[in-house]
Design a binder for this molecule. Structure first.
Ligand SMILES: Cc1cc2nc3c(=O)[nH]c(=O)nc-3n(C[C@H](O)[C@H](O)[C@H](O)COP(=O)(O)OP(=O)(O)OC[C@H]3O[C@@H](n4cnc5c(N)ncnc54)[C@H](O)[C@@H]3O)c2cc1C
Length: 445
C-alpha cells in the first residue's frame, strides 16, 4: 500500500531561487515546504550590518545588474531605495593611472569582437579567442581580467558562446548599468519571503537535506535538523532542487551534499560538465578613504590593476564612505582558497597599498574593520557561481530539465536565458521551476 504524500512539493534551498519558487507554488494554492540548511534565508546574498559601518556590507551579491523585472518589481512593490553605482574605472599601477581613458571602453571593444566571433564560428575558450584577436596587449589583459573576474572563471575554460549569450541578455535589460539597494541586498530576500502568508509553517531553517528517495510522482526527502541533530523525513509529490551547482557537484557524504536514490544520471552528468567558479571578496573599512586623496581616482567607481591576487576594487560611490571592496576571482583566487581569514585580508591590504601607492604601514594603521566570507569553504555553497566551459552550453539545458515530472531544478546555474550567476537569473529560475511543477501536475495527478 502506498501512503499519500504529505505535501505537493518540497523545495530544497532557501536562496532567492527557492524562495521565489515557494512564493509561486504558495500562490497557486500548493501545500509546500522549503527546507533550508542554514539558520537564515538568502544563500549567496549575505548582508552584514555593523553599527560602526555607515553602510551595509555585502559579502555575497552586491550589484543589481540592469533593469530585470525579477528585481525591479520587488523594489517597486516594497518601495525600496536603489541607487545607480558610479561606473568610471581607472586602470592603475603604484597609484598612477596607466591610461586616462575609462578602462571599460577598451574591454568593450574586445567583448564586441568576441560576440561576433561566437556568432560566426564554433565555440572555443576565451583564451583561444584572445590569442587570435588583434587587440593591443593592454586591451587583451584588461579583457581577460574582466572575463575572469566577472565570471569567476578561467579564460582557458570559459566558452565564448555562453559569454556572447550573457552579453546579449545583459543588453536587453540595460545590464551595463549597476545599482545597489540602500538598505542592503538582503531587503530583496526579505520582501520575496514576506509575500508568503504563514511562512513559518512553509519554511524550515537549519534543515539540511541528506537524501531524496524518489520514483515517478512521489518522493521522500530526508533531512537533519541542525539544532537537535534529529533526522526527519517528509513525503511529497514533487521536489524542486534549488541548491548551488557546487553542492550538486559534491560527492555524497560530504557536509552539505545529498544523495538521490535513484540518481538522475543525466542531470548529474550535466552538473559535472559545468564549472563552479571561486571568488574571494574582502570589504575593508578605514578611518578615512585613502583612495580619495588621489584626485585621479577619487571619483572612480572601480580601480583595476594587474595585482596578482586582488586586481579589482570598487568604492561605494556615489555614496561616500571609507569602505572599499577587493575582488579576487577565477585563477587569481586559487592561492587564497583554503587559507585562513588573516592571510586573505593581509593579501587584500597589500594589493590596496600597491595599487593606490599608499605605504602599507599607513594602510594598516588606518584600517578599522575587515569583512570576509569564505564561500569556497562554505559547505552549503562550495564556491561563488556557475559558468560554462567551451562546448558545454547544452549542459545548462539538461541541468534545468525536469526528471520524470517529479524532480525539478532551479538556482542560478539553471538559468537558460543568459542571466546565470546573477540574483535576477536565480529568481527567474525559481519561478520557472514552480511553473513547470504546476504545468505537469495537470497531467500526472
Ligand atoms: C561573492 C559573490 C558575489 C556575487 N555578486 C553578485 C552581484 O553583484 N550581483 C548578482 O546579481 N549576483 C551576484 N552573485 C551571484 C548571486 O549571489 C547568486 O547567483 C544568487 O544569489 C544565487 O541564488 P540561488 O537561490 O540560486 O542560490 P543560493 O543563494 O546559493 O541558495 C541556495 C540555498 O541552498 C541551501 N542549501 C545548500 N545545500 C543544502 C542542503 N543540503 N539542504 C538544504 N539546503 C541547502 C543553501 O544554504 C542556500 O541557502 C554573487 C555571488 C557571490 C558568491
Amino acid at each position: 500500500m502506498t501512503r499519500r504524500a504529505d505535501l505537493d512539493a518540497v523545495i530544497i534551498g532557501g536562496g532567492v531561487a527557492g524562495i521565489a519558487a515557494l512564493r509561486e507554488l504558495d500562490r497557486a494554492g500548493w501545500k509546500v515546504l522549503c527546507l533550508e540548511a542554514r539558520d537564515r534565508v538568502g544563500g549567496r546574498i549575505l548582508t552584514i550590518r555593523d553599527p560602526l559601518s555607515p553602510i551595509p556590507i555585502e559579502l555575497g551579491a552586491e550589484f543589481i545588474h540592469g533593469r530585470s523585472p525579477e528585481i525591479w518589481d520587488v523594489i517597486k512593490s516594497a518601495k525600496l531605495t536603489a541607487y545607480e553605482c558610479a561606473d568610471r574605472a581607472v586602470y592603475l599601477k603604484n597609484g598612477e593611472p596607466k591610461a586616462l581613458r575609462d578602462a571599460w571602453e577598451q574591454v568593450d571593444y574586445v567583448m564586441t569582437d568576441m560576440q561576433k566571433a561566437a556568432e560566426r564560428g564554433k565555440d572555443r575558450s576565451f583564451a583561444e579567442f584572445l590569442k587570435r584577436s588583434k587587440h593591443s596587449g593592454n586591451a587583451k589583459r584588461l579583457a581577460a581580467s574582466y572575463v575572469e573576474g566577472f565570471n569567476a572563471a578561467r579564460q582557458e575554460v570559459i566558452g565564448i558562446r555562453s559569454l556572447a549569450q550573457d552579453a546579449r541578455a545583459s543588453d536587453e535589460i540595460d545590464g551595463d548599468r549597476s545599482f545597489r539597494i540602500l538598505n542592503g541586498y538582503e531587503a530583496i530576500v526579505i520582501q520575496l519571503a514576506n509575500g508568503i502568508i504563514g511562512l513559518d509553517s512553509k519554511l524550515r531553517l537549519n534543515s539540511a537535506v541528506e537524501k531524496i528517495e524518489w520514483q515517478r510522482g512521489s518522493a521522500t526527502v530526508h533531512f537533519r535538523e541542525a539544532l537537535t541533530g534529529q533526522g526527519e523525513s517528509v513525503r511529497t509529490r514533487a521536489v524542486i532542487v534549488a541548491v548551488p551547482l557546487g553542492v550538486l557537484q559534491t560527492s555524497p557524504g560530504a557536509v552539505g551534499s545529498f544523495q538521490f536514490d535513484p540518481e538522475p544520471s543525466d542531470t548529474l552528468e550535466a552538473a559535472r560538465s559545468l564549472r563552479f567558479g571561486q571568488v574571494m571578496r574582502v570589504a575593508l573599512r578605514f578611518r578615512e578613504a585613502i583612495w580619495e586623496t588621489n584626485k585621479d581616482i577619487s571619483d572612480a567607481g572601480f580601480l583595476l590593476s594587474d595585482e596578482p591576487r586582488f586586481p579589482t576594487w570598487w568604492t561605494p560611490l556615489p555614496v561616500r564612505a571609507p569602505i572599499i571592496t577587493g575582488w579576487s576571482a577565477g585563477p587569481r583566487a586559487d592561492e587564497l582558497l583554503g587559507q585562513p581569514r588573516s592571510f586573505v585580508i593581509a593579501q587584500a591590504l597589500g594589493a590596496l597599498a600597491s595599487i593606490t601607492g599608499c605605504p602599507r604601514a599607513r594602510v594598516d594603521s588606518l584600517l578599522e574593520g575587515a569583512y570576509f566570507h569564505d564561500w569556497h569553504g562554505d559547505a552549503f555553497a562550495q564556491g561563488a557561481y556557475s559558468y560554462v566551459p567551451a562546448g558545454a552550453l547544452a549542459a545548462r539545458k539538461k541541468l534545468a530539465e525536469p526528471v520524470c515530472e517529479t524532480l525539478y531544478f532551479a538556482g542560478e546555474a539553471t538559468d537558460l536565458n543568459g542571466h546565470s550567476a546573477t540574483v535576477h537569473g536565480a529568481i527567474a529560475s525559481g519561478k520557472r521551476a514552480a511553473r513547470e511543477c504546476i504545468a505537469s501536475a495537470g497531467c500526472t495527478i
